[in-house]
Design a protein around this ligand. Structure first.
Ligand SMILES: [Zn+2]
Length: 330
């Protein structure tokens, strides 16, 4: 019995050893024959994040993933979800580009009557009644910022949202006052004005009930230097006329939101240039910006099923031309 037991024990030991050696041999074979084997246990299967941008962006095109694609800069910890938008959404959002090449496409916008909702005592022209509701609080913050910084409460909001009829009336008035050629040089045709978006404002200065040109006052330069902090930009700056195709308008500001206003300022871009520059960035290689201790990632896509990182806050705006600008906040 004793010998039998010993013999059986040896057999079991040899069997276990063979199993272990076989497992090691298979393991080594797998590693050496598969350069993409992931030793930390992440298989990189479909649905994981390790697939390269090429394999994701061109599904079904027969290309194989490039060698070494797992060394890409993407974080292996990020998962993505897909958000679906409508093709019509290209014409909606805070980043839509409205100019001579990109007419405004009418959409339902939630407009606020400025005088009814404002929380800061600035003056508003009866002709400038409404602004997009979602930007009102940041607009008020900017107006308060000006009063706090300068000690002056002299800003007059002369124009904000305009419908097609409003724009036609302004054009007609300008034609009667300055002649057709000059009026058309200075005034957008109905359908091509940024004021249709509810995101643009024009200022004047008002002192003792008398209106003055905005740029005549040194103190109004505050807007040029600080509007970006509230998501607004000087839309038609001097020196960019060849890009915007609009003469310098020191009184006209446009909401685009953060971090876009900050990025545009840092790079000296007007909206036309920003819309163009952002085309070079993808969900996997976004434009990164840090402002006020918030990290942002911005990218462009022409797809209507849009990948965004899971558990992130995202905003999607059309560019009013051919795609969407996605803003991720972390
Ligand atoms: Zn304007």
């Amino acid at each position: 019995m004793k010998n039998y037991k010993k013999s059986r024990s040896q057999t079991v030991t040899i069997f276990v050893a063979i199993c272990v050696l076989t497992a090691i041999a298979f393991g080594l074979f797998y590693i050496f024959m598969n350069p993409n084997a992931d030793l930390d246990g992440d298989s990189g299967r479909d649905g994981d994040i390790n697939t390269s941008p090429q394999t994701n962006e061109t599904p079904g095109d027969g290309q194989t993933a490039p060698p070494g694609h797992q060394q890409s800069t993407q974080s292996p910890d990020v998962e993505y979800i897909t958000v679906f938008v409508s093709p019509d959404d290209i014409n909606r959002g805070d980043l839509i580009l409205v100019n001579k090449d990109n007419p405004y496409v009418p959409a339902d916008i939630d407009l606020a009557v400025i005088d009814d909702v404002k929380t800061v005592p600035y003056a508003v022209s009866p002709a400038a009644r409404r602004l997009k509701s979602s930007v009102m609080s940041r607009f008020d913050d900017m107006m308060q910022g000006f009063i706090d910084a300068t000690g002056e409460n002299i800003i007059y909001v002369i124009s904000a949202y305009r419908n097609l009829d409003d724009q036609q009336a302004i054009l007609d008035l300008n034609i009667s006052q300055m002649g057709r050629e000059e009026a058309l040089r200075q005034t957008a045709l109905p359908g091509f004005s940024e004021h249709h978006t509810g995101l643009a404002v024009d200022y004047r200065v008002i002192i003792d009930g008398v209106q003055h040109p905005f740029a005549d006052f040194e103190v109004t330069k505050w807007y040029r230097d600080n509007a970006y902090r509230y998501g607004f930009v000087l839309r038609y700056p001097e020196g960019k006329e060849d890009v915007t195709d609009v003469m310098s308008e020191p009184w006209h500001f446009r909401f685009v939101g953060l971090p876009h206003s900050y990025i545009m300022r840092q790079n000296g871009w007007v909206l036309e240039e920003y819309i163009e520059a952002i085309r070079g960035y993808t969900v996997y290689e976004p434009l990164k910006a840090e402002y006020d201790n918030i990290s942002y990632e911005v990218f462009f896509t022409t797809e209507t099923d849009i990948k965004v990182p899971e558990y992130s806050r995202y905003e999607i705006s059309g560019n009013n031309a051919d795609g969407f600008i996605v803003t991720i906040t972390r």
